[in-house]
Design a protein around this ligand. Structure first.
Ligand code: SF4
Length: 83
């Protein structure tokens, strides 16, 4: 996946580092910005594809992204088992 979508990211209107919060309040602020972002789905997929550990991407925290990846792996395994 390319990075051309980044030019349309809502976070570009905010100070650098906004989507790399250091506390829970920062996470909430970043997630509110992401909720209005037109490229949130591309952003999330980019972070998942590239196993990016830090920051809020596509409105999802590190922990949420790990959960999504675990769930996708689990689904892939169960689909493989079904064949
Ligand atoms: S989803 Fe959030 S982090 Fe990703 S580009 Fe949009 S505003 Fe930035």
């Amino acid at each position: 996946m390319g990075t051309e979508w980044m030019a349309d990211g809502k976070c570009r209107d905010y100070p650098a580092g906004t989507c790399f919060p250091r506390d829970g309040v920062g996470v909430i602020i970043a997630q509110r910005i992401c909720a209005q972002c037109p490229v949130a789905s591309q952003c999330l997929e980019y972070a998942l594809d590239n196993h990016i550990d830090h920051g809020i991407w596509g409105g999802r925290s590190e922990r949420e992204r790990r959960r999504i990846l675990r769930e996708r792996r689990r689904r892939r395994i169960s689909n493989t088992d079904a064949h």
